[in-house]
Design a protein around this ligand. Structure first.
Ligand code: NAP
Length: 259
């Protein structure tokens, strides 16, 4: 299927590794020019080189932190009129809610709720004026299946999802869609870090916990980042203009509900 987005411009936050990088690659394979953002420049340049080597598109990099005003400004300076926006950054480490201070909560809200909202605020009017826009937020299944040790994520990301539910219904008439992708377990650096953080309290090895997590999923495996990248590319396609305000699980069937 031709996704009909050749020549479009995408701004992808958190895209040097893992799920964000897979989204950038999938869009580049569809002929989209990509601007990718991450804090660390080594992985960023490596990702850009890999994407550019395999695809005849323009690839720009921005080394910056999208949870800061400066980072967002640098991103938009590099790609001032994006047709496609991917919001993505780090999630929180697991912990006990008793240990979280007000500052921990403010940091979580900044990273997982307010930064993506700010990126949308800065780009959505231009998309509406131009008559095309696709915004995808990488969120987490934790907004549908609360994970007890990820309270900061359960809370902050629910705020984002709640905001998007209202905004997405105001932009769709201008062919601007906004959807949230809710990943389950994917094999990425962040997932490995998450499992590593569970090792000590649990007393079992990383390998044991890793295997146990895969076995607990109905697919008996972790998701592959490129599977999420392909989903993201479809949501950004011209064919997906009637899909908006949705919270889309991609989790190997681990969400246990019918609806
Ligand atoms: N993987 C999973 O199983 C899973 C499941 C549910 C939810 N999620 C969520 O999905 C998101 C992506 O996860 P992932 O597994 O792809 O993580 P990952 O492999 O660690 O990749 C995260 C990417 O985002 C960049 N990044 C992080 N914070 C940033 C910031 N403040 N500003 C700019 N770039 C930033 C990282 O580069 P730098 O570190 O160099 O900035 C990296 O390129 C996270 O929010 C995670 O919580 C993941």
């Amino acid at each position: 299927m031709d996704l009909g987005i050749r020549g479009r411009k995408a701004l992808l936050c958190g895209a040097s590794r893992g799920l964000g990088r897979a989204c950038a690659l999938a869009l580049a394979q569809e002929g989209v020019d990509v601007t990718i953002i991450a804090r660390g420049s080594e992985a960023l340049e490596e990702a850009a080189a890999e994407i550019a080597a395999a695809n005849p598109v323009a690839v720009k990099t921005v080394a910056g932190d999208v949870t800061t005003k400066e980072g967002r400004a640098a991103a938009l300076a590099a790609c001032s009129r994006p047709d496609i926006l991917l919001n993505n950054a780090d999630g929180p480490l697991p912990g006990d809610y008793r240990d979280w201070s007000r500052n921990d909560w403010i940091d979580a809200l900044d990273a997982m709720m307010l930064s993506p909202i700010e990126m949308m605020r800065l780009t959505v009017d231009g998309m509406m004026a131009r008559g095309f826009g696709r915004i995808v937020n990488i969120v987490s299944r934790s907004v549908k299946i609360p994970q007890i040790e990820l309270g900061l994520s359960n809370g902050a990301r629910s705020g984002l999802v709640g905001f998007v539910a209202g905004l997405a219904r105001q932009t769709i008439e201008h062919n601007v869609t906004i959807n949230n992708l809710l990943p389950g377990i994917f094999d990425s650096d962040a997932q490995r870090q998450h499992v590593r953080a569970l090792v000590e309290p649990d007393g079992r090895s990383f390998e044991e916990l890793w295997r146990e997590r895969a076995a607990a999923n109905p697919a008996r495996r972790f998701g592959r980042p490129e599977e999420l990248g392909a989903y993201c590319a479809f949501l950004c396609s011209e064919h997906a203009g009637f899909i908006t305000g949705q919270n889309l699980l991609i989790d190997g069937g681990s969400y246990p509900g019918t609806y």
